[in-house]
Write a protein that binds this ligand. Structure first.
Ligand code: UDP
Length: 330
């Protein structure tokens, strides 16, 4: 399959590019490098330097490249920022995504894989989360992803598209060979911040909230390895052959892991101490989110290779240890 990867120079997209190559597919990257890294795109992979909202550029790409399927990773993904600057999120995550979908429609490209999120569930009434549970996001980031899910449903109903929306839990880790990894600017995610604090190149890690109704009073999340996420995107290809397919899958390991568990894993794997500061809750954070991913297991044969936090942190540690400044392009 020839696959256009919007956001292919970003964290999850770049790992997916490599998994596609390994599976014998042909990835074509679309990225405007607002957050992506040129060095994350392997040599030999075709690259289009353009934004999602650039309809003329999209027309040029779809006219010249016989694209079979589009994967869309090019979203802003900071919960806290989305609370403070919601329009940025609506313009990129929603409006620009519609521009991409409309360009696909004009050019008859009908298969779409969308990066959605467990943030669409809001504060769940029951855990672990299954795909049929109510979606009521508590931050604009989650809302923008839900808006796109709803638009996709309508497009699939009209047989304009076949899609899979993957609701990621917490993407984590790095390529096992250490070649690529997480490098956000600004970085707001727990694992890179904890590792950076341990290395002494970032400030002490703030633990956001120590009064949650969880076993150790810190938030519970479900950390899932970025290569496992990527593999699900390829495992779904056959299902998208059916016109109007509308598929939703949770992608997580199902292991509830607290902020303190992550800190312990970083300390164990690195042999370093993580300096910590206890801080108030961060706005927009649900107390606990973890997946029941049985549906992806049953329908896609998807089983994460990394089932616990330590081996995930090990891959992240390998990346950050050798590349403390990340790609070094900011
Ligand atoms: N977190 C934290 N300190 C930080 C960053 C994150 O305590 O400096 C917590 C955050 O409150 C959440 C968990 O770590 O409970 C994971 O946050 P992250 O930003 O990595 O991912 P999110 O769950 O927001 O997608």
């Amino acid at each position: 399959m020839k696959v256009l990867i919007a956001g292919g120079a970003g964290y999850i997209g770049s790992h997916c590019v490599r998994q596609l190559l390994a599976a014998g597919h042909e990835p074509v990257v679309l990225d405007n490098f607002a957050y992506g890294h040129r060095a994350a795109v392997p040599r030999g992979v075709k690259l289009h330097d353009a934004g999602l909202a650039d309809a003329a550029a999209l027309d040029r790409i779809f006219k010249t490249e016989p694209i079979d399927l589009v994967m869309h990773f090019a979203a802003f993904c900071y919960v806290g920022e989305s609370v403070k600057a919601p329009m940025k999120y609506y313009l990129n995550n929603v409006a620009a995504t519609y521009t991409l979908l409309d360009a696909m429609r004009r050019h008859g490209v009908k298969k779409f894989v969308f990066s959605s999120t467990c943030a669409t569930y809001g504060v769940p009434a029951k855990l672990p989360l299954t795909e049929d549970m109510p979606q009521a996001p508590i931050n604009p980031y989650g809302q923008t992803k839900l808006d796109v899910e709803n638009a996709l449903k309508a497009l699939a109903h009209a047989k304009e598209i076949s899609f899979a929306a993957f609701r990621y839990f917490n993407a984590a880790g790095a390529a096992e060979d250490g070649s690529i990894g997480e490098d956000h600017d600004p970085e707001t995610h727990l694992i890179p911040l904890a590792i950076g604090a341990a290395q002494g190149i970032r400030p002490a890690l703030q633990v956001f909230g120590t009064d949650y109704p969880t076993p150790d009073q810190t938030c519970l999340r479900d950390y899932v390895h970025v290569d496992d996420l990527s593999r699900a995107h390829i495992a779904v290809f056959d299902q998208l052959a059916k016109p109007g397919a509308a598929l939703f899958y949770n992608l997580g390991t199902g292991q509830p892991t607290s902020v303190l568990d992550v800190i312990k894993a970083v300390e164990k794997v690195s042999g370093l101490k993580v300096p910590v500061k206890y801080a108030p809750r961060r706005e927009g954070d649900p107390p606990a989110l973890y997946a029941d991913a049985t549906k992806a297991q049953k329908e896609l044969g998807w089983k994460p290779k990394f089932m616990t936090i330590e081996p995930i942190v090990e891959t992240a540690w390998r990346w950050h240890k050798t590349r403390p400044a990340g790609y070094g392009d900011r």
